[in-house]
Design a protein around this ligand. Structure first.
Ligand code: S3P
Length: 451
Protein backbone atom coordinates (compact mmCIF):
# COMPACT_ATOMS: atom_id res chain seq x y z
CA UNK A 1 0.00 0.00 0.00
CA UNK A 2 1.21 3.52 -0.80
CA UNK A 3 1.40 6.09 1.97
CA UNK A 4 -0.72 9.25 1.59
CA UNK A 5 1.37 12.41 1.22
CA UNK A 6 0.77 15.35 3.54
CA UNK A 7 0.59 19.01 2.60
CA UNK A 8 3.25 20.96 4.44
CA UNK A 9 3.53 24.67 3.70
CA UNK A 10 6.06 26.70 5.63
CA UNK A 11 5.30 26.23 9.29
CA UNK A 12 1.88 24.60 8.86
CA UNK A 13 0.42 21.29 7.76
CA UNK A 14 -2.97 20.28 6.40
CA UNK A 15 -4.22 16.89 7.57
CA UNK A 16 -7.11 15.20 5.79
CA UNK A 17 -8.87 12.52 7.82
CA UNK A 18 -9.84 9.15 6.37
CA UNK A 19 -6.52 7.34 6.73
CA UNK A 20 -5.15 4.71 9.05
CA UNK A 21 -1.66 4.48 10.55
CA UNK A 22 0.25 1.39 9.53
CA UNK A 23 3.82 0.21 9.52
CA UNK A 24 7.01 0.03 11.52
CA UNK A 25 8.30 2.96 13.54
CA UNK A 26 11.63 3.74 15.12
CA UNK A 27 11.06 6.69 17.40
CA UNK A 28 14.07 8.95 18.05
CA UNK A 29 16.26 8.56 21.13
CA UNK A 30 14.99 9.36 24.60
CA UNK A 31 15.30 13.08 25.33
CA UNK A 32 15.89 12.75 29.08
CA UNK A 33 18.59 10.10 28.62
CA UNK A 34 20.27 12.09 25.80
CA UNK A 35 20.62 15.21 27.99
CA UNK A 36 22.03 13.17 30.85
CA UNK A 37 24.52 11.27 28.70
CA UNK A 38 25.91 14.61 27.45
CA UNK A 39 26.05 16.23 30.89
CA UNK A 40 27.49 13.26 32.79
CA UNK A 41 29.88 12.52 29.92
CA UNK A 42 31.11 16.13 30.03
CA UNK A 43 32.19 15.92 33.69
CA UNK A 44 33.45 12.33 33.54
CA UNK A 45 37.07 11.25 33.08
CA UNK A 46 37.64 9.90 29.57
CA UNK A 47 35.38 9.63 26.55
CA UNK A 48 31.64 8.88 26.56
CA UNK A 49 30.14 7.56 23.35
CA UNK A 50 26.41 8.08 22.93
CA UNK A 51 24.68 5.72 20.51
CA UNK A 52 21.21 6.65 19.27
CA UNK A 53 21.28 10.12 20.81
CA UNK A 54 18.29 12.34 20.10
CA UNK A 55 19.49 14.89 17.54
CA UNK A 56 16.75 17.40 18.37
CA UNK A 57 16.86 21.05 19.43
CA UNK A 58 16.67 20.43 23.20
CA UNK A 59 19.68 18.08 23.59
CA UNK A 60 21.58 20.17 21.01
CA UNK A 61 21.17 23.14 23.40
CA UNK A 62 22.76 21.10 26.18
CA UNK A 63 25.62 20.16 23.84
CA UNK A 64 26.14 23.80 22.77
CA UNK A 65 26.25 24.99 26.40
CA UNK A 66 28.82 22.31 27.24
CA UNK A 67 30.91 23.19 24.19
CA UNK A 68 30.88 26.83 25.35
CA UNK A 69 32.51 25.58 28.57
CA UNK A 70 35.32 23.82 26.74
CA UNK A 71 33.90 20.31 26.29
CA UNK A 72 34.70 18.71 22.92
CA UNK A 73 31.59 17.02 21.53
CA UNK A 74 31.60 15.45 18.06
CA UNK A 75 28.98 16.58 15.49
CA UNK A 76 25.41 15.54 16.30
CA UNK A 77 22.95 14.35 13.70
CA UNK A 78 24.72 11.65 11.70
CA UNK A 79 22.52 8.61 12.43
CA UNK A 80 25.33 6.08 11.92
CA UNK A 81 27.88 7.85 14.11
CA UNK A 82 27.75 7.82 17.91
CA UNK A 83 28.30 11.19 19.55
CA UNK A 84 31.64 11.35 21.38
CA UNK A 85 31.98 13.54 24.48
CA UNK A 86 35.49 14.17 25.79
CA UNK A 87 35.04 14.44 29.52
CA UNK A 88 36.87 17.24 31.34
CA UNK A 89 36.43 15.81 34.85
CA UNK A 90 34.21 16.98 37.70
CA UNK A 91 35.78 20.41 37.98
CA UNK A 92 37.05 20.90 34.43
CA UNK A 93 34.28 23.08 33.00
CA UNK A 94 35.64 26.49 31.96
CA UNK A 95 33.90 29.80 32.55
CA UNK A 96 32.05 30.60 29.30
CA UNK A 97 32.78 33.93 27.60
CA UNK A 98 29.10 34.55 26.90
CA UNK A 99 25.65 33.66 28.20
CA UNK A 100 24.51 30.03 28.01
CA UNK A 101 21.36 29.88 25.88
CA UNK A 102 19.16 26.93 26.87
CA UNK A 103 16.56 27.68 24.17
CA UNK A 104 13.23 25.98 24.96
CA UNK A 105 14.81 23.32 27.16
CA UNK A 106 13.86 23.16 30.85
CA UNK A 107 16.05 20.09 31.34
CA UNK A 108 19.12 21.96 30.03
CA UNK A 109 18.58 24.93 32.33
CA UNK A 110 17.62 23.07 35.50
CA UNK A 111 20.32 20.39 35.28
CA UNK A 112 22.97 22.97 34.40
CA UNK A 113 22.00 25.09 37.42
CA UNK A 114 22.81 22.11 39.63
CA UNK A 115 26.00 21.23 37.80
CA UNK A 116 27.36 24.80 37.66
CA UNK A 117 26.46 25.92 41.20
CA UNK A 118 29.49 24.08 42.61
CA UNK A 119 32.08 25.23 40.05
CA UNK A 120 34.15 27.37 42.43
CA UNK A 121 35.34 30.78 41.23
CA UNK A 122 33.49 30.66 37.90
CA UNK A 123 30.54 32.77 36.82
CA UNK A 124 27.73 31.72 34.48
CA UNK A 125 24.63 33.40 33.02
CA UNK A 126 21.82 31.16 31.79
CA UNK A 127 18.88 32.23 29.68
CA UNK A 128 16.38 30.76 27.24
CA UNK A 129 13.51 31.54 24.89
CA UNK A 130 10.31 33.36 25.90
CA UNK A 131 8.70 30.17 27.19
CA UNK A 132 11.69 29.11 29.30
CA UNK A 133 12.08 32.61 30.78
CA UNK A 134 8.53 32.29 32.15
CA UNK A 135 9.02 28.83 33.69
CA UNK A 136 9.65 28.39 37.45
CA UNK A 137 13.33 28.02 38.29
CA UNK A 138 12.86 28.65 42.03
CA UNK A 139 12.16 24.95 42.49
CA UNK A 140 15.85 24.42 41.65
CA UNK A 141 17.52 27.68 42.71
CA UNK A 142 15.86 27.81 46.16
CA UNK A 143 16.95 24.38 47.46
CA UNK A 144 20.37 24.88 45.88
CA UNK A 145 20.77 28.26 47.65
CA UNK A 146 18.97 27.61 50.92
CA UNK A 147 20.03 24.03 51.62
CA UNK A 148 23.40 23.83 49.85
CA UNK A 149 24.70 27.41 49.94
CA UNK A 150 24.64 28.05 46.17
CA UNK A 151 24.81 31.63 44.84
CA UNK A 152 22.13 32.01 42.16
CA UNK A 153 20.45 35.28 41.31
CA UNK A 154 18.04 36.61 38.74
CA UNK A 155 14.60 38.07 38.19
CA UNK A 156 11.89 37.48 40.81
CA UNK A 157 14.41 36.74 43.58
CA UNK A 158 16.42 34.33 41.48
CA UNK A 159 13.45 32.26 40.33
CA UNK A 160 13.14 33.36 36.69
CA UNK A 161 15.78 33.29 33.93
CA UNK A 162 18.03 34.97 32.99
CA UNK A 163 19.87 33.61 36.03
CA UNK A 164 23.42 34.12 37.20
CA UNK A 165 25.40 31.45 39.00
CA UNK A 166 28.53 32.32 41.01
CA UNK A 167 30.11 28.93 41.52
CA UNK A 168 31.16 28.14 45.11
CA UNK A 169 31.83 25.19 47.42
CA UNK A 170 28.44 23.65 48.21
CA UNK A 171 27.46 21.85 51.37
CA UNK A 172 25.40 18.65 51.68
CA UNK A 173 22.03 18.29 53.33
CA UNK A 174 18.65 16.60 53.38
CA UNK A 175 16.24 18.23 50.94
CA UNK A 176 12.53 17.49 50.68
CA UNK A 177 11.14 18.65 47.34
CA UNK A 178 7.60 19.95 47.01
CA UNK A 179 6.98 18.58 43.49
CA UNK A 180 7.96 15.24 42.01
CA UNK A 181 10.33 16.56 39.36
CA UNK A 182 13.23 14.67 37.84
CA UNK A 183 14.74 17.97 36.76
CA UNK A 184 14.84 19.22 40.34
CA UNK A 185 16.09 15.90 41.72
CA UNK A 186 18.78 15.63 39.02
CA UNK A 187 19.97 19.21 39.59
CA UNK A 188 20.44 18.47 43.30
CA UNK A 189 22.25 15.19 42.59
CA UNK A 190 24.59 16.94 40.14
CA UNK A 191 25.28 19.63 42.76
CA UNK A 192 25.92 16.81 45.23
CA UNK A 193 28.75 15.37 43.13
CA UNK A 194 31.17 17.94 44.59
CA UNK A 195 29.37 19.02 47.79
CA UNK A 196 31.24 18.83 51.09
CA UNK A 197 29.01 16.01 52.37
CA UNK A 198 26.16 13.71 51.37
CA UNK A 199 23.06 15.13 49.63
CA UNK A 200 19.73 13.40 50.27
CA UNK A 201 16.70 14.19 48.11
CA UNK A 202 13.23 13.12 49.24
CA UNK A 203 10.41 13.49 46.70
CA UNK A 204 6.66 13.47 47.32
CA UNK A 205 6.37 10.89 44.52
CA UNK A 206 9.06 9.11 42.55
CA UNK A 207 9.93 10.99 39.35
CA UNK A 208 11.80 9.43 36.40
CA UNK A 209 15.01 7.81 37.63
CA UNK A 210 17.33 8.03 34.60
CA UNK A 211 19.85 10.15 36.54
CA UNK A 212 20.14 7.63 39.35
CA UNK A 213 20.63 4.75 36.90
CA UNK A 214 23.15 6.57 34.74
CA UNK A 215 25.11 8.18 37.59
CA UNK A 216 25.57 4.71 39.10
CA UNK A 217 26.76 3.36 35.73
CA UNK A 218 29.28 6.23 35.57
CA UNK A 219 30.61 5.22 39.00
CA UNK A 220 28.92 7.73 41.32
CA UNK A 221 27.96 6.65 44.81
CA UNK A 222 24.15 6.84 44.58
CA UNK A 223 21.72 5.03 46.84
CA UNK A 224 17.98 4.72 46.31
CA UNK A 225 15.54 3.76 49.07
CA UNK A 226 12.07 4.49 50.41
CA UNK A 227 8.78 3.41 48.88
CA UNK A 228 9.08 3.46 45.09
CA UNK A 229 12.56 5.04 45.33
CA UNK A 230 11.44 8.43 46.61
CA UNK A 231 14.63 8.86 48.65
CA UNK A 232 17.91 9.28 46.73
CA UNK A 233 21.32 9.92 48.29
CA UNK A 234 24.58 10.86 46.64
CA UNK A 235 27.91 10.73 48.45
CA UNK A 236 30.54 13.02 46.93
CA UNK A 237 34.16 12.03 46.35
CA UNK A 238 33.76 9.62 43.47
CA UNK A 239 34.90 10.71 40.01
CA UNK A 240 32.75 9.68 37.03
CA UNK A 241 34.13 7.38 34.33
CA UNK A 242 33.22 7.88 30.67
CA UNK A 243 30.93 5.15 29.30
CA UNK A 244 29.26 3.85 26.17
CA UNK A 245 25.60 4.87 26.46
CA UNK A 246 22.92 3.29 24.23
CA UNK A 247 19.85 5.51 24.15
CA UNK A 248 16.49 3.71 23.75
CA UNK A 249 13.58 5.19 21.77
CA UNK A 250 11.65 7.84 23.67
CA UNK A 251 8.37 6.53 25.10
CA UNK A 252 7.06 10.12 25.19
CA UNK A 253 7.52 10.28 21.40
CA UNK A 254 6.09 6.77 20.99
CA UNK A 255 2.96 7.92 22.84
CA UNK A 256 1.72 9.93 19.82
CA UNK A 257 1.76 6.83 17.62
CA UNK A 258 0.31 4.62 20.35
CA UNK A 259 -2.68 6.91 20.79
CA UNK A 260 -2.89 7.61 17.04
CA UNK A 261 -3.15 3.92 16.21
CA UNK A 262 -5.46 3.15 19.13
CA UNK A 263 -8.05 5.75 18.02
CA UNK A 264 -7.74 5.56 14.21
CA UNK A 265 -9.76 2.77 12.53
CA UNK A 266 -7.74 0.27 10.50
CA UNK A 267 -4.44 1.12 12.23
CA UNK A 268 -1.66 -1.23 13.26
CA UNK A 269 1.83 -0.09 14.23
CA UNK A 270 4.97 -1.74 15.56
CA UNK A 271 7.29 0.59 17.47
CA UNK A 272 10.81 -0.76 17.81
CA UNK A 273 13.16 -0.53 20.75
CA UNK A 274 11.25 1.86 22.99
CA UNK A 275 12.47 2.69 26.52
CA UNK A 276 10.23 1.01 29.12
CA UNK A 277 11.66 2.41 32.34
CA UNK A 278 9.01 1.74 35.04
CA UNK A 279 9.04 5.44 36.01
CA UNK A 280 7.99 6.38 32.45
CA UNK A 281 5.33 3.85 31.42
CA UNK A 282 2.20 5.41 32.89
CA UNK A 283 0.75 5.94 29.39
CA UNK A 284 0.99 2.19 28.74
CA UNK A 285 -0.87 1.55 31.99
CA UNK A 286 -3.58 4.00 30.91
CA UNK A 287 -3.91 2.53 27.42
CA UNK A 288 -4.21 -0.96 28.92
CA UNK A 289 -6.87 0.27 31.37
CA UNK A 290 -8.74 1.68 28.34
CA UNK A 291 -8.72 -1.78 26.76
CA UNK A 292 -6.32 -0.83 23.94
CA UNK A 293 -4.92 -3.63 21.79
CA UNK A 294 -1.33 -3.21 23.00
CA UNK A 295 1.45 -5.79 23.29
CA UNK A 296 5.05 -5.54 24.52
CA UNK A 297 7.53 -7.84 22.76
CA UNK A 298 11.29 -8.50 22.72
CA UNK A 299 11.94 -7.01 26.15
CA UNK A 300 15.59 -6.56 27.07
CA UNK A 301 17.94 -4.10 28.87
CA UNK A 302 20.39 -1.58 27.40
CA UNK A 303 22.75 0.51 29.51
CA UNK A 304 20.67 -0.22 32.61
CA UNK A 305 17.35 0.75 31.01
CA UNK A 306 14.57 -1.70 30.04
CA UNK A 307 13.47 -1.58 26.37
CA UNK A 308 11.04 -3.46 24.14
CA UNK A 309 8.89 -3.33 21.00
CA UNK A 310 5.32 -2.09 21.24
CA UNK A 311 2.60 -3.39 18.94
CA UNK A 312 -0.69 -1.51 18.89
CA UNK A 313 -3.93 -1.84 16.92
CA UNK A 314 -7.12 0.13 16.69
CA UNK A 315 -10.01 -1.17 18.81
CA UNK A 316 -12.79 -0.09 21.13
CA UNK A 317 -11.65 2.06 24.07
CA UNK A 318 -13.05 2.73 27.53
CA UNK A 319 -12.40 5.77 29.75
CA UNK A 320 -9.48 6.28 32.15
CA UNK A 321 -8.63 8.03 35.40
CA UNK A 322 -5.29 9.68 36.13
CA UNK A 323 -4.47 10.92 39.62
CA UNK A 324 -1.52 12.66 41.30
CA UNK A 325 0.32 9.39 42.01
CA UNK A 326 0.34 8.43 38.34
CA UNK A 327 1.13 11.88 36.90
CA UNK A 328 4.96 11.68 37.27
CA UNK A 329 4.98 8.47 35.18
CA UNK A 330 3.15 10.09 32.24
CA UNK A 331 3.52 13.82 32.74
CA UNK A 332 4.51 14.51 29.11
CA UNK A 333 1.87 12.18 27.66
CA UNK A 334 -1.21 13.92 29.12
CA UNK A 335 -1.88 16.11 26.04
CA UNK A 336 -2.10 13.09 23.75
CA UNK A 337 -4.05 11.07 26.34
CA UNK A 338 -6.58 13.92 26.37
CA UNK A 339 -7.01 13.24 22.64
CA UNK A 340 -7.48 9.52 23.37
CA UNK A 341 -10.23 10.37 25.87
CA UNK A 342 -12.26 12.01 23.09
CA UNK A 343 -12.50 8.65 21.31
CA UNK A 344 -13.25 6.49 24.38
CA UNK A 345 -16.73 5.46 25.50
CA UNK A 346 -17.34 7.16 28.87
CA UNK A 347 -15.95 9.89 31.13
CA UNK A 348 -12.17 10.20 31.50
CA UNK A 349 -10.70 12.23 34.34
CA UNK A 350 -7.24 13.72 34.75
CA UNK A 351 -6.51 15.09 38.25
CA UNK A 352 -3.41 16.16 40.17
CA UNK A 353 -1.79 17.44 36.97
CA UNK A 354 -1.18 21.07 37.95
CA UNK A 355 2.42 20.65 36.77
CA UNK A 356 1.13 20.82 33.20
CA UNK A 357 0.49 24.50 33.70
CA UNK A 358 4.26 25.18 33.97
CA UNK A 359 5.50 23.10 31.05
CA UNK A 360 6.61 24.64 27.72
CA UNK A 361 3.08 26.10 27.70
CA UNK A 362 0.13 25.79 30.09
CA UNK A 363 -0.80 22.47 28.51
CA UNK A 364 -4.17 22.15 30.27
CA UNK A 365 -5.27 25.53 28.91
CA UNK A 366 -3.73 25.10 25.45
CA UNK A 367 -5.14 21.61 24.86
CA UNK A 368 -8.58 22.74 26.05
CA UNK A 369 -8.48 25.77 23.73
CA UNK A 370 -7.30 23.84 20.69
CA UNK A 371 -9.61 20.85 21.13
CA UNK A 372 -12.55 23.21 21.63
CA UNK A 373 -11.69 24.74 18.25
CA UNK A 374 -12.49 21.29 16.83
CA UNK A 375 -15.87 21.37 18.56
CA UNK A 376 -14.80 19.18 21.48
CA UNK A 377 -16.43 19.55 24.88
CA UNK A 378 -13.59 19.60 27.40
CA UNK A 379 -13.90 20.64 31.04
CA UNK A 380 -10.75 22.31 32.33
CA UNK A 381 -10.27 22.12 36.11
CA UNK A 382 -7.57 23.70 38.27
CA UNK A 383 -5.43 20.58 38.08
CA UNK A 384 -6.75 18.53 35.20
CA UNK A 385 -9.36 17.81 32.55
CA UNK A 386 -12.68 15.96 32.38
CA UNK A 387 -13.65 14.59 28.98
CA UNK A 388 -16.79 12.69 28.01
CA UNK A 389 -16.41 10.47 25.00
CA UNK A 390 -16.82 9.56 22.30
CA UNK A 391 -17.08 12.92 20.56
CA UNK A 392 -17.34 13.99 16.95
CA UNK A 393 -14.53 16.45 16.10
CA UNK A 394 -14.63 18.77 13.13
CA UNK A 395 -11.59 19.78 11.11
CA UNK A 396 -10.36 23.23 12.14
CA UNK A 397 -7.50 25.73 12.05
CA UNK A 398 -5.30 24.77 14.97
CA UNK A 399 -2.15 26.13 16.54
CA UNK A 400 0.64 24.41 18.48
CA UNK A 401 1.05 27.67 20.43
CA UNK A 402 4.83 26.86 20.16
CA UNK A 403 4.53 23.61 22.14
CA UNK A 404 6.02 20.48 20.58
CA UNK A 405 3.80 18.02 22.40
CA UNK A 406 0.67 20.03 21.61
CA UNK A 407 1.58 20.07 17.89
CA UNK A 408 1.95 16.28 17.70
CA UNK A 409 -1.11 15.57 19.88
CA UNK A 410 -3.30 17.76 17.66
CA UNK A 411 -2.10 15.81 14.61
CA UNK A 412 -3.58 12.63 16.12
CA UNK A 413 -6.89 14.42 16.73
CA UNK A 414 -6.87 15.83 13.18
CA UNK A 415 -6.49 12.34 11.70
CA UNK A 416 -9.87 11.49 13.21
CA UNK A 417 -11.78 14.72 12.65
CA UNK A 418 -14.53 15.28 10.08
CA UNK A 419 -12.98 17.50 7.44
CA UNK A 420 -9.41 18.75 7.00
CA UNK A 421 -7.46 20.52 9.75
CA UNK A 422 -4.60 22.94 9.42
CA UNK A 423 -2.06 23.01 12.23
CA UNK A 424 0.10 26.13 12.52
CA UNK A 425 3.46 26.16 14.27
CA UNK A 426 4.53 22.62 13.40
CA UNK A 427 8.25 23.49 13.67
CA UNK A 428 7.77 23.19 17.43
CA UNK A 429 8.05 19.39 17.03
CA UNK A 430 11.79 19.76 16.27
CA UNK A 431 12.38 20.33 19.98
CA UNK A 432 11.92 16.61 20.69
CA UNK A 433 10.99 14.83 17.44
CA UNK A 434 12.79 15.91 14.26
CA UNK A 435 11.20 14.21 11.24
CA UNK A 436 7.84 13.68 12.94
CA UNK A 437 5.78 15.14 10.06
CA UNK A 438 7.64 13.15 7.41
CA UNK A 439 7.11 9.99 9.47
CA UNK A 440 3.40 10.79 9.77
CA UNK A 441 3.29 11.00 5.97
CA UNK A 442 4.96 7.60 5.66
CA UNK A 443 2.67 5.83 8.16
CA UNK A 444 -0.63 7.26 6.90
CA UNK A 445 -2.36 4.76 4.61
CA UNK A 446 -5.30 5.88 2.49
CA UNK A 447 -8.86 4.82 2.52
CA UNK A 448 -9.19 2.75 5.70
CA UNK A 449 -11.64 5.03 7.45
CA UNK A 450 -14.87 6.79 6.59
CA UNK A 451 -14.83 10.52 7.23
C1 S3P B 1 12.35 15.70 32.36
C2 S3P B 1 11.50 15.72 33.43
C3 S3P B 1 10.10 16.14 33.35
C4 S3P B 1 9.60 16.15 31.92
C5 S3P B 1 10.57 16.77 30.97
C6 S3P B 1 11.90 16.05 31.00
C7 S3P B 1 13.75 15.29 32.58
O1 S3P B 1 9.98 17.45 33.86
O2 S3P B 1 8.36 16.82 31.84
O3 S3P B 1 10.06 16.72 29.65
O4 S3P B 1 14.46 14.98 31.59
O5 S3P B 1 14.19 15.26 33.73
P1 S3P B 1 9.83 17.73 35.44
O6 S3P B 1 11.09 17.35 36.10
O7 S3P B 1 9.58 19.20 35.54
O8 S3P B 1 8.66 16.90 35.87
Amino acid sequence: MMSAPLQIEGNSITIEPGHSLQGEVRVPGDKSISHRALLFGAVAEGVTTIHGMLAAEDPCRTAECLRAMGVAISPIGDKDQPVAVEGVGLDGLQEPGDILDCGNSGTTMRLLLGLLAGRRGRYFVLTGDGSLRRRPMGRVSRPLCHAMGARIDGRANGTLAPLTVSGCQLQGGVIGTSVASAQVKSALLLAGLTASSEVSVIEPNCSRDHSERMLKAFGANVQVSGDYGRHVRITPGQSLRGQAVHVPGDISSAAFWLVGAAITPGSRLRLHHVGLNPTRIGALEVLRAMGAQLRVENQTQITGEPVGDLVIEHGPLGPFSIDADLVPRLVDEIPVLAVAALFAEGTSRIQGARELRVKETDRLAVMTRQLRAMGAVVEETADGLVIDGPQRLRGARLDSETDHRVAMSLAMAALNAHGPSQIQGIDAADVSYPGFWQQLGQLRMPGAQES
